[in-house]
Design a protein around this ligand. Sequence first.
Ligand SMILES: Nc1ncnc2c1ncn2[C@@H]1O[C@H](COP(=O)(O)OP(=O)(O)OP(=O)(O)O)[C@@H](O)[C@H]1O
Ligand SMILES: [Mg+2]
Length: 457
Amino acid sequence: MNRVLIVEDEPDVGRGILLVLEAEGIRAETVGSAEEALVRIQHSAFDVLVTDYKLGRMDGIELLKRVKVAWPSTRIVVITAFGTIEKAVEAMSHGATRYLTKPFQAAELVSTVQEALEETTLAHQLEELRERLAQEAGYGDIITRDRQMLEVLAAVEKIAPTVAPVLIEGETGTGKELLARLLHRRSPRAHNEFIAINTSALPESLLEAELFGYSKGAFTGASSDKKGYLLAAEKGTILLDEVCSMPLPFQAKLLRVLEQMEVTPLGTTQPVKADFRVICASNRSLSDLVSEEKFRADLFYRLSVVRLKLPPLRERPGDIPLLAEHFVMRCAELYPMPAKVIDPASHKLLATYSWPGNVRELWNVIQHAFLLTEGETISPSDIILHRVPLPASLDVPFFFDLPYEKAREQVMSTFQREYLSRLIQNSRGNLSEVGRRSGLTRTAVYKIIKKLGLEVS
Ligand SMILES: Nc1ncnc2c1ncn2[C@@H]1O[C@H](COP(=O)(O)OP(=O)(O)OP(=O)(O)O)[C@@H](O)[C@H]1O
Ligand SMILES: [Mg+2]
């Protein structure tokens, strides 16, 4: 961890502070503007920021506000000019830890910075401990500081070594698949296959063929033997995604397989012993579906030996800024563009939105903002909310296993959804304008909107 970042637009003053601190064995660096500071701090964290109040374009207070939102644990010392005590007070009210008034003595500087550093030490020790625990636990890419989520992660640790079936419930985009992968990685099955099947994407007959497998000639089109996914996941884990939409007759067949742990490929009579762990994901409450008689109670009990519930993003507001910051950093790694920062007003905007598409939607919004922003700062005008979240179908590799027509239909509806919802937004909901801009008739526009259930506000 880097220790002190000095932000000073007068190079001599900056260098002077640096020398004094270094003479005391304190690691420090200088930059000449608030903008540079924000970029620098993206790449490595600093314990203490020493900033002049008066800088170039963006002043010390503005810098302070931004740093406070994105890196709340950084301590900030603001330097103000002689006789401007009200500026110092203002800085403190925005979260500065300490201030120094010019001209100051070297000893005064050193003791102020040292106090600020001491304050951060304990915070860091705690944070490091937490990070280490998270790493040891292998949570890897699951970012959260929400109590309920952490409880789910702790439960995953406990059940990972077992073969108990697990049911993961949560709205779309809350991280069900991510969690299922984590569960697999943390289990003794980690070095074998993890296979995810979206059961809602397939018609019943195909679902059976894909899961159980078939022998050559079992049905028209079965030109060779095919191993089903349940057997392909031997000694591994299978994720049955969107189990809520599994057709009832298929549910009965699946139940039988799970009871006996035997699979009979279509067109054969010989059951094959299987060893897979089953994880199910559902974005509707399965017990509700049981009471509506859309899901078999006996299958439900078998699948839900362990039941994990992922809270929607709007119920874990603390995760929104955390994930947003994580995602901008991921964008900077992904796209060949300079690092960017999210300004405080944008954080506020993100915090007030309801996130119907949850974490996936946040990821999409941040990517769009990152790619569209010209400068180094993502501001509210770069953030486009109310976009319809992309269907999960496009980010599952299994998509390519779909029959051509089905895949085409999915791509088409995604395209229509993206295209029209953006156009509707840009036309402020005026359908005649949408028609004019798209070259479609108003009726055609209306038909698509109805088909996709888009919202016109
Ligand atoms: N806590 C998190 N930290 C980091 N990334 C996350 C987190 N939760 C979800 N994501 C990301 O959000 C996206 C959606 O997650 P995932 O596919 O696991 O959701 P899901 O619940 O399976 O959604 P659906 O019901 O639509 O299939 C993925 O890109 C995933 O990496
Ligand atoms: Mg999913």
